[in-house]
Design a binder for this molecule. Structure first.
Ligand code: ADE
Ligand code: ZN
Length: 335
């Protein structure tokens, strides 16, 4: 928990299922009669030692079995919002993975209505405005993504955008072009995970084939100077997740994180927590980790916070964005 007042920030890369803390997982398992393969929270937490993205995803999908009812999703979102508020998050654009729930018999509506119950009270209760982004699983067939988008249509009032996540290597963005075209026609914003484990070519393909407005991760873009020039020219935001990158062994240590070089290159970087329960920290914990490891200046930290609100899908409430940006400029760093 940070000791000083955290800088106001937007969190733009956060999987709500990745906020499932072991204590809540066991409570929900007991309530829903689900047996987990770990004996207790301590054993579960000790399994949070990952080799790569896939080893994390295996546990992430397994633990979701405890989420069954609207109330479960509501409690999950409430728990995240309370933690995020304590870390200075003022606006959260929250990912969820509908196929990971509908494939095990939990209706799309249960997920969205349950999350929605918590999000509807979020401004009043936590001082956090929210948006919901539904992600397609890129390791599932494109027809499943198309069917999921069709299932979402009655709930589009609650959904701001679409994303693409799950196992990246061998699952490039290109085949999802039609899904994204349909999403765009429905008026949805478009983002995608790209360049998390894969190289810059995944980012280029997400821009070209999917028309994404933000890139989730893009950790390795510095390897491609032409791509960097394009991202800088078009000011396409990157939602980086530093603790995630270390925990999933994309990099060995935080000191090796390219964030500072990316900022120096003029890239519009933001810092986010991805799956905070699994990766050892929420939004401000990620800010603290990069500041300490990379020696970021206060100006750079303020730039990250400013970027997060500029990159947020807040075009329907520019007044709110302006208020958040003023709060960033007014923030005073302490000791
Ligand atoms: N970090 C991540 N990368 C890809 N898919 C995910 N789903 C949840 N977290 C993810
Ligand atoms: Zn992610």
């Amino acid at each position: 928990m940070p000791t000083s007042v955290p800088i106001p920030k937007a969190e733009l890369h956060l999987h709500i299922e990745g906020t499932l803390e072991p204590e809540l997982a066991f409570a929900l398992a007991a309530r829903n009669g689900v047996t987990l393969s770990h004996d207790d929270t301590l054993a579960l937490r000790s399994a949070f030692a990952f080799q790569d993205l896939q080893s994390f995803l295996d546990l992430y999908y397994e633990l979701m079995a405890v989420l069954r009812t609207e109330r479960d999703f509501e409690e999950l979102a409430d728990a995240y919002l309370a933690r995020a508020a304590a870390q200075g998050v003022r606006h959260a654009e929250i990912f969820f993975d509908p196929q990971a729930h509908t494939s095990r018999g939990v209706p799309f509506g249960t997920v969205v209505e349950g999350l929605g119950r918590a999000l509807d009270r979020s401004v009043e209760r936590y001082g956090i405005s929210t948006r919901l982004i539904m992600c397609f699983l890129r390791d599932q067939p494109v027809v499943s993504a198309l069917a999921t988008l069709a299932e979402a249509e009655p709930y589009l009032g609650r959904i701001t955008g679409v994303g693409l996540d799950s196992a990246e290597l061998g699952n490039p963005p290109g085949p999802f072009r039609e899904v994204y075209e349909r999403a765009a026609a429905l008026g949805l914003h478009r983002v995608a995970h790209a360049g998390e484990e894969g190289g810059p070519e995944y980012v280029t393909e997400a821009l070209d084939a999917l028309g994404v407005e933000r890139v989730d991760h893009g950790r390795r873009v510095l390897e491609d100077p032409a791509l960097v020039a394009r991202l800088v020219r078009e000011q396409i935001p990157l939602t980086l997740c530093p603790l995630s990158n270390v925990r999933l062994r994309g990099i060995d240590t935080m000191e090796q994180h390219p964030l500072r070089d990316m900022l120096d290159a003029g890239l519009k970087c933001t810092v986010n927590s991805d799956d905070p329960s699994y990766f050892g920290g929420y939004a401000q914990d990620n800010f603290d980790a990069v500041r300490t490891a990379l020696g970021l200046t206060e100006d750079q930290e303020r730039t990250l916070a400013r970027n997060s609100f500029e990159a947020a899908f807040l075009e329907d409430d520019e007044e709110l964005r302006t208020r958040y940006l003023k709060a960033v400029e007014a923030h005073r760093f302490q000791g």
